[in-house]
Design a protein around this ligand. Structure first.
Ligand code: LLP
Length: 421
């Protein structure tokens, strides 16, 4: 559920009309709903309320400072995957003890940064990383709290580019070698091993792959405990999907997910952590764009928008589907037209949708891309020298620009011409 609804025929973000924001900030832009973000975080917290838990928002989905502050104020932890994300989380006021550090390629510098500033745990993904982290912690006169990410070799049944839990993926240590790796970790003087981490992929639309993986984690917990390890925390990753295609998709709800976690792992008396990103931010955001032209092709009509693949890359990168709706609600019974919806960037990959049924559109109309709050703004680039688009946060009847559109001068002046040219 989200808070983007039509009122009197105009799409609103909570109590603010989308055209009003467009008039003030110009198109294209992202707009997020605070109520939706809060609701999604609360759903996960409630779903795990049967035991000790922490919801660590996977901030890679949307790492704007205002979003992090909003989440942090609700008590969220953060899942970070780089020194930059760690700094962003801290800058937004999230304490180190609520930050988990994930990622396959943490550098010594990033390890030092997190050990210095405080960290809940490192989710370690390989033996060389274990050894390096132990060295770094020892040199700082401390020990690093660690879970080890296991790769359970489970098919997440999602897009290949965002599946992470099969043995051919670069993530985690093979679960079959866990005993050996935990034994080495326990012997390293700079580490304190506290649990197990698993994350099998993103945009999962069924519970079964999670359940398969979590059953393996339950078995592993028992085995590692029998081998003398103290396993008190299970980090279960993120990955619960959202209904991008509202008409025919109904992924499991956080409540059902929480119940399944309880059924598979609840008896182990562990603290549960999860790292949802998309489900929290995805349907809390729209990208608003304006039609520049409607163009007649040989056998189709193109709607050319002012938003492009550099602003929202998911369709080009993953063939992802985003609902696109007219900001002015079509009158009931309006016959639909069929369009290819494209951006102005100079490649054919800059296509948001092919053969999409829409109400008739013309130049100047506003459209909204739904489910654009996660992996939208954060994956944007300035390709074709198109400045990054602004982000706006709505909270009831108030809204604020939470990231300005850079001016062309700011964009150009980031480059420097060497004195010898
Ligand atoms: N934890 C770890 C270790 C992850 O790698 C990820 C996502 C998450 C949590 C959060 O997963 P979520 O709950 O958001 O599914 N750019 C892609 C998605 C990449 C996901 C990468 N890892 C997209 O636009 O679909």
């Amino acid at each position: 559920m989200d808070y983007f609804l039509y009122r009197d025929g105009i799409l609103h973000a909570e109590d603010v009309s989308v055209p009003e924001i467009a008039a003030q900030v110009g198109t294209p832009f992202y707009v997020y709903s605070a109520a939706t973000l809060r609701r999604h975080f609360q759903l996960f917290t409630d779903a795990l309320s049967w035991g000790p838990h922490l919801v660590c928002y996977a901030m890679k989905a949307n790492s704007n400072q205002a979003i992090l502050k909003l989440m942090g104020d609700m008590g969220a932890g953060m899942d970070v995957v780089s020194g930059g994300e760690y700094r962003r989380a801290r800058a937004a006021g999230v304490p180190g003890e609520r930050i988990v550090f994930s990622g396959v390629g943490k550098t010594r510098e990033e390890m030092r940064l997190a050990l210095e500033g405080g960290v809940r745990q490192f989710n370690v993904e390989s033996e060389p990383e274990l050894r390096t982290l132990s060295e770094v912690a020892l040199a700082m006169g401390t020990t690093a709290p660690v879970t080890i990410r296991v790769n359970p070799d489970v098919d997440a049944r999602t897009h290949a580019k965002i599946a992470t839990g099969k043995s051919e993926n670069k993530f985690g240590i093979p679960i079959s070698r866990a005993s050996e790796v935990y034994a080495e970790a326990a012997a390293l003087p700079g580490l304190q091993v506290i649990g197990i981490d698993v994350h099998i992929g993103s945009q999962l639309t069924e519970l079964e792959p999670f359940e398969l993986a979590y059953r393996k984690v339950a078995d592993l917990t028992a085995r590692l405990r029998a081998e003398g390890h103290q396993i008190s925390r299970l980090d279960l990753g993120g990955g619960l999907g959202i209904p991008y295609e509202r008409s025919n998709q109904a992924p499991p709800l956080p409540t059902e997910y929480g119940q399944m976690v309880r059924d598979t792992l609840g008896h182990l008396d562990c603290e549960i952590e999860i790292e949802p990103g998309r489900l929290i931010a995805g349907n809390a955001g729209l990208m608003i764009s304006q039609v520049i032209y409607v163009k007649e092709g040989e056998d189709r009509q193109f709607v050319i928008l002012d938003g492009a693949m550099n602003d929202l890359i998911r369709p080009a990168m993953y063939d992802a589907y985003h609902d696109i709706v007219a900001v002015n609600e079509p009158a009931p019974g309006t016959p639909q037209a069929t369009y290819d919806i494209v951006g102005p960037v100079c490649e054919s990959g800059d296509t948001f949708a092919r053969g999409r049924a829409m109400p008739p559109l013309s130049a100047g109309d506003l459209v909204a891309f739904r489910s654009a709050g996660a992996y939208g703004a954060v994956m944007a680039s300035e390709y074709n020298s198109r400045p990054l688009i602004p982000e706006v946060l709505v909270d009831k009847d108030q809204f604020a620009v939470i990231r300005q559109r850079p001016t062309f001068d700011e964009m150009i002046n980031r480059d420097t011409i060497p004195p010898w040219l």
